[in-house]
Design a binder for this molecule. Sequence first.
Ligand code: SF4
Length: 460
Amino acid sequence: MGILARSGYELTPRAEEAEVLVVNTCSFITPAQKESVDTILEMAEYKKFGAVRKLIVAGCLVERYREQILEQIPEVDAVVGTGEVERILDAVEGELRALPAQRPAFLYHDLTPRLLTTPRQTAYIKIAEGCDHPCTFCIIPQLRGGFRSRRFESVVREAENLGRAGVREVTLIGQDTTSYGEDLGLRDGLPLLLEGLAQVPELCWVRFLYCYPNQVTPRLLETIALYPKLVKYMDMPLQHASRRVLARMKRGSHGDAFLKLLERIRATVPGITLRTSFIVGFPGETQADLEELCTFVRAAEFDWMGVFCYSDVDNAKSFALDGKLDEEVIHERRNRLMAIQKKISTRKLKARVGQRLPALLEGPSKENEVVWEARLEGMAPEIDGKVYITDIEAPADSAAAQPGDMVTVEITESHAYDLVARVVEVLDASRRLEQRPTVQGSTPNPLRQIVTGAPLRILA
Ligand code: SF4
């Protein structure tokens, strides 16, 4: 989107007024593939009437089904794989239907034009791309290529630019953030990077997602504990607790080792919020494996937990494994695990009632404009629960609160996954900035270009 905006294209969220439609696809699991194909077909309908001149398919689905997309959906004019992001202009402007495939090796940097789509106060920074782990259920290494890190200075510069433009919170992402820097010859790459980002004056919160459990080092934990700007939060997908299932997943380890690791994490970073995710219904998962996982979840007491139902992907290694389970059984197992977690979450959130805590104010809720949303540092954007502020205009000192403000909230009510609170104080409102970043990179006045310099309108 940044590349297109910098070249003068106007972006629109309304398909009916776009001249070029870009469908960015996911191909991680079967439901995501289905959703991607459904969206392509839905967008193809716009070619029959309206302004649409071109339909472009981008992203992971292209890495898997490049030829099939072009052969079977004739409305598609061009495809752009994950390694070809910078060719989006060729796809929009050129006549080529199929650009020759490039290896998925693209990695953006601080000068790559980038349009942020997150609320003004928060931004993701991708610090690495690809993965070298052999998890048998996962095709990300095939879609995204081998693990490669962005350069240290590039990440820090991007964070500084975002901070200057009004971003208060950055969330570092990558398929495996804990391996950051290994390919650059950096030891303790992630702790070093976190230390660097903790010095960026405008940022209030720095978090990272997707740790690989056996790469959580004492140095990483000590770094999180040391710097106030590094949120006391860790997202560590464990996938299962049964040694048998983890071995078949080619991830190794087992529940007891994970419990010891959790103990170490909690001892080094007191009060840390822990998130994980599991897959249930992996081929060969027995009732005993599930019981082991349930016992583990009760003992581990995570703050947030996601449970995914295993689904076959034809070129994942687990596709060839025996012992496939019925969809119904898999869903029951998921529900059972989530019911255990719901009780844990309810109890943990209840203990928060009456506490006064810092929160990042996000603005009116999408569902109900009179209710505002905020997040505590233990709540990552989009994936965890939220704090709902119901009296945003009531207290005199909160009347001036604006989205993007750091505030102190008092928790007044708790639910299974969310909290209700009132604002008692606006912290540091003087640092508010009027304008959010639109496009990073060397663009003279990106906002003006997006609004006025538009030969084409593009839905992305
Ligand atoms: S570590 Fe994550 S991205 Fe890498 S192969 Fe395993 S599940 Fe896939």
